[in-house]
Design a protein around this ligand. Structure first.
Ligand SMILES: Nc1ncnc2c1ncn2[C@@H]1O[C@H](COP(=O)(O)OP(=O)(O)OP(=O)(O)O)[C@@H](O)[C@H]1O
Ligand SMILES: [Mg+2]
Ligand SMILES: [Mg+2]
Length: 298
């Protein structure tokens, strides 16, 4: 097969591992810098050009679209989809996962458990937001944050109101969320491929930190994944229309609660902490999907 990995940086661990795993299985792999792909729309049919020349369409693409290039990256994924190229995750699913509110709306609609969450335009409505999620302590979260930046734990109603006012004063949108105290500053990353969780790790925040992000000094460890966690993660991935995702859940008294669904999940943390060949599992899923596609077309 000819597989293209859409990635801005060939040196990233995840990109390298995907290329390695695909080559090891005898595939021809090309890394395409997403920002150097151009989309060409004509009545003859859609084309992608790369570094100035028409690209011979690959059999499959593996999009690794970073948050900072979401708009352009998704246009290119859509262009490949229009050309009939199979994609690991589609533009629609990636879009849904990128906006926390939108993702939560999809999850809630499918009956998937998540922390109680509220959203408003005006800071005047802060009091109702706080009570509707169960009162303080609450989490206030910027809609577009990553790596734990813009996630604030507010112990009191007054603190929460000030934070909401401050964020809204800067015109930033935010979510108010029930604080899941019993998660103990940890969350669980479940790596879903197709309809299976193939690996999982627990991330524990540094001492005195409620955020478990590895970028904030958290540490990863192995866990035994419960059947309920598996079911929830696969359902969350499906709810957003993704085939591969890193689903983050909080372990609460009422079971696993989905925190976010990452459509370009990193491989380094999960492969290092579990010793599993996650890249290999992704490539073998691509193979199976393409074989299924060819069989149904013939
Ligand atoms: N409602 C909550 N209750 C308890 N802890 C929470 C809650 N929301 C977030 N956290 C903690 O804060 C961390 C960061 O939150 P979240 O994942 O929502 O933010 P992020 O900035 O999107 O991070 P990422 O880089 O993973 O995208 C979580 O991993 C979790 O440990
Ligand atoms: Mg996030
Ligand atoms: Mg997170």
């Amino acid at each position: 097969m000819r597989i293209a990995v859409l990635s801005r940086n060939p040196d990233l661990y995840s990109t390298r591992r995907l290329v390695e795993a695909a080559e090891a299985r005898g595939h021809e792999v090309q890394i395409l810098d997403t920002l150097r792909c151009t989309a060409h729309l004509t009545a003859r049919g859609p084309e992608v050009h790369y570094e100035g020349a028409r690209l011979d369409p690959p059999d499959a693409i593996i999009p690794r679209v970073g948050a900072s290039i979401t708009f352009y990256g998704l246009s290119i994924v859509r262009q490949f989809e229009a050309m009939g190229v199979w994609t690991l995750n589609g533009a629609v699913g990636i879009t849904r996962s990128r906006d926390k509110l939108r993702a939560h709306q999809f999850l809630a609609r499918k009956g998937i458990a998540l922390p109680r969450t509220a959203f408003a335009h005006k800071a005047d409505d802060a009091a109702d937001l706080i009570t509707s999620v169960g009162g303080p302590p609450v989490i206030v979260k910027l809609l577009e944050g990553t790596q734990g930046v813009g996630v604030v734990l507010c112990e009191t109603k007054k603190a929460a109101e000030s934070v909401i006012q401050a964020f809204r004063g800067m015109k930033a949108y935010l979510l108010v969320q029930e604080f899941i105290k019993e998660a103990g500053g940890a969350d669980v990353r479940l790596f879903v491929v197709g309809d299976r969780v193939i690996a999982g790790m627990k991330r524990q925040g540094a001492e005195g930190e409620f955020r478990s992000n590895l970028h904030r000094g958290g540490s990863a460890s192995q866990i035994k994944i419960s059947p309920e966690e598996r079911k929830t993660a696969v359902a969350a991935c499906k709810a957003l229309g993704l085939k591969v995702a890193g689903v983050d859940v909080l372990q609460s008294e009422r079971g696993p609660l989905v925190l976010e669904v990452n459509s370009s999940p990193g491989l380094e943390g999960i492969e290092t902490s579990t010793g599993k060949d996650v890249a290999g599992a992704v490539v073998s899923f691509v193979e199976k999907s393409l074989a299924g596609r060819a069989a149904s077309a013939s």
